[in-house]
Each structure stands twice: as C-alpha cells, then as structure tokens.
Design a protein around this ligand. Sequence first.
Ligand code: NDP
Length: 295
Amino acid sequence: MKIAFIGLGDIGEPMATHLARDPFELVVWNRTSSKAERFARDHKAKVASTPAEAVRDAAIVITCLPSSAEVEAVLHGDNGILDAMRKGSVLIDCTSGDPPTSRSIAAELGGRGVEFIDAPVSGGTTAAKAGTLTVMWGGEATVFERVRPVIEAFGKKIVHAGPVGSGDALKAVNNALLAVHIISTAEGLAILAKAGVDPKVALDVINASSGRSNSSENLIPQRVLTRAFPRTFRLALLEKDIAIAAVMAEDLHARTPVISLTAERFHEAREKLGESADHVEAVKMVEEENGVELK
Ligand code: NDP
C-alpha cells in the first residue's frame, strides 16, 4: 500500500515512523527538504522532491501541517497535490484544521473522485512516538474502513466524531480546554505564591482534589516547576486551535466568554513569546504579570 506523508513536524515526524515499515511503502515530502532526507536515512522511506511527486501513485495521502491554510496551500500551490492525486485515493488530513475549510476541501476532492477524512490527533509527541495517539475522525465510515490499517498504525483510541469537519471541531474544543486549564492553573498558583503557599505543596493538594487537570498533574510539575519548558507543541498552534473553537462558538451563537478570553490570552502570549515557544510557556506570561516564578 503506497502512502505519501506530507509534513514531518514535531508530531508528523514520529507519526510517519509507524508507516515506514511493511506492508506500507512510504514516500515523504517536507517543505524543509533536509528533514525529509534525514527521515529517509533513518527509516524505510523514499523522499519526493515535490508534493505532487509524493502523491502521484499513492493510495493514501496524509497531511500533517500547522493549519488548514497550509493544507490548502499544499493542495493548490506550485506542484500541489490536487491535480496529482489519483482517482479513488484518500486524503487523511491529520492537521488540527478548521471545520469549514475541511468541508470545502472534501467537496473539491470529491468532485475529482478523491475521498477525504479529517483525522486530527491528540496525545502529544509521546503518544505519537509510541503509536498510541487518540484519533478523532470526521467523514464516511466506508472511507474510514479503507484507511483503517494506516490510522491504526499510529492511533490507539480511534473515534468517529461525525461528518467531515467533526474531527476538527472536537479537536479545537479539546485544545480550548487545554488552554483554559494551563492559564487558570497558572493563575491559581500565582495567587497562592503571592499568599506564601509553595507551588509544590499547592499542586500536591490540587492533584488530590477536584481542581486537578492534565496541566496540574503533568504539564506544570514536569515542565514549569523544573523550568525545563521542552518544545513539543508550539504555543502558536494552541493559539490557532482555541481561535477555531472561539470562531465556531460565534458562528453557532454559543455564549462562551471563558473560551473567548482564553483565546485572547493565548494571542497575547504568542505575541510576547514568539512563534517557536512551547504552549506551556504561556505560564511565563502569568508569572511575569504577577511577579512570581512557579518552581
Ligand atoms: P510543526 O510546526 O512542528 O510542523 C509543521 C509542519 O508543517 C512542518 O513539517 C513544516 O515544514 C510544515 N509546513 C509549515 N508551513 C508549511 C507550508 N506553507 N507548506 C508546506 N509545509 C508547511 O507542527 P506539529 O507537527 O506540531 O503540528 C502539526 C499539526 O498537528 C498541527 O495542526 C498541530 O496543531 C497538530 N498537533 C500537534 C501536536 C504536538 O504535540 N506537536 C499534538 C496534536 C496535534 P518545515 O519543516 O519546513 O517547517
């Protein structure tokens, strides 16, 4: 089964390693070609010199790009994949994309006999390396059945969210909750630091109580208190996800002021910390505003 993988970023690269083995024949393309060449040196994969070349004979194409805008660019840009994908093939978009763009891509591909499912992932780079990602997909069950072995190669919990765009919608809301938890936990710990309570003591109690979350149990102890702040998921991408959730809320006339405010806070954090900062570094903004360091 020939597979083309486009986008060897922080999460795409470890996902692709699970496809660089039999029964798959993997071809990779990455904008920065040195990353694709390094990947092919270390794994069973060929490198294509353009997106069109990567997908030409592929039964399945996977995109894992920052946002739907880059998926559109790879479809329609120079040497784009739209004209090169063969009839009967399937595009699995693992980007955390936005639902309206995914629906419009699905319609455009459908007119050319190419199927589409949106299949964003969660679990971070650790689950990507282990091949145990959660995959939330949107589309037709008959299409999913054709690509199931590919998704099972990197996914463990695999859930049908609904029609095309539903995977993106669910992913955006999940990540909006992640953003709310990071900021609100940092704010809570800042209050307590100002009140003279040690953040380690505070987290010990919070994590045995109802205020706990993945942020309090894992992200803040492992990345903030240690001051390690490793880069696994760019803050700019979380800013994009919560913005998708905020736009969905607006379009659907849902009243969600906490999500809207958190979207603004992540926008501020990205402006302060830049494009390559990790998402957990948003805590640094809260620390700076409050004159505390959580350690
Ligand atoms: P990165 O920013 O690390 O990588 C992005 C990839 O897209 C790179 O391969 C980059 O190429 C490529 N790219 C960027 N712009 C373009 C463009 N205009 N044309 C072609 N290629 C382009 O992102 P991640 O791998 O972290 O994330 C990918 C997707 O997965 C995002 O939607 C993200 O929200 C989602 N995600 C990420 C998780 C994580 O833990 N990192 C977890 C779950 C979901 P180049 O190498 O040249 O920069």
